[in-house]
Design a protein around this ligand. Structure first.
Ligand SMILES: [Zn+2]
Length: 232
């Protein structure tokens, strides 16, 4: 779709996505970006085949080793998250968001989210927000900024990921257009503003959500163990 993408997820985020260790909120944002961005799509395919290869080449002895770490807390936190169902565009009743002057076709992962029903709230400064609940680690929302609107200056506890779906916005650090994947953390004080109007999907996570999976389930062997443990 869009080829002119300037802001991409970091390599370790794509890696965690390929390993399947991200929260549902982050996974949805990543899937949507990957659908819009050819280079991340290619990279994510490469990562998935690399992790499958690493697993198939691991010595049998290693693969059969008993699990020595206690994964029970981690497993419990993951299995209670809502699972994404099969993504197929036919089954969605909502694949577009209608705005004042035009409609925006959503990436499939977000069409699924939107078809659960969006309730828009008007906030100050020309900002409209529709919150969605995808897991218990992230706060996810669609944000529509009217032309000429500005979000009050703010700072975050964790990471804020913003995927631009339509239009554009700017802050102190740059100008962002459709398909751009923008990450801001607690070090950034920012004040997004949009001249032409902008539709985004934003994910706010706590400081832990990013690294929990990475730290403990980084390699494909552990992932296999995890899958085996949870499929019983
Ligand atoms: Zn990308």
């Amino acid at each position: 779709m869009t080829t002119d993408v300037n802001y991409h997820p970091a390599a370790e985020l794509l890696e965690a996505f390929a390993q399947g260790t991200l929260s549902t909120g982050l996974s949805v944002a990543l899937s949507a970006h990957i659908e819009l961005c050819a280079s991340c799509r290619e990279e994510s395919r490469r990562l998935e085949s690399t992790s499958a290869l690493a697993w198939s080449q691991a010595p049998a002895q290693e693969r059969n080793e008993d699990v020595t770490e206690d994964f029970s807390a981690l497993i419990a936190s993951i299995v209670k998250q809502p699972q994404l169902k099969e993504l197929s565009s036919e089954q969605f009743s909502v694949d577009k968001i209608h705005m004042l002057e035009h409609s925006v076709t959503l990436p499939r992962a977000l069409a699924k989210v939107a078809s659960e029903g969006l309730v828009w709230k008007k906030l100050a400064g020309g900002i409209n927000q529709a919150q969605v609940t995808l897991d218990d680690e992230t706060q996810c929302e669609f944000i529509y900024m009217k032309p000429g609107s500005q979000v009050p200056v703010h700072k975050h506890q964790g990471n804020e990921i913003t995927l631009v779906l339509d239009g554009s916005f700017s802050d102190e650090l740059g100008h962002y257009q459709a398909a751009d994947f923008v990450v801001r953390n607690q070090a950034h004080l920012h004040r997004p503003a949009s001249e032409e109007g902008c539709l985004c999907f934003a994910v706010l996570d706590g400081p832990l959500a990013f690294t929990k999976g990475l730290a403990r389930l980084f390699n494909p062997i552990n992932r296999y163990r995890f899958r085996r443990a949870t499929s019983q």
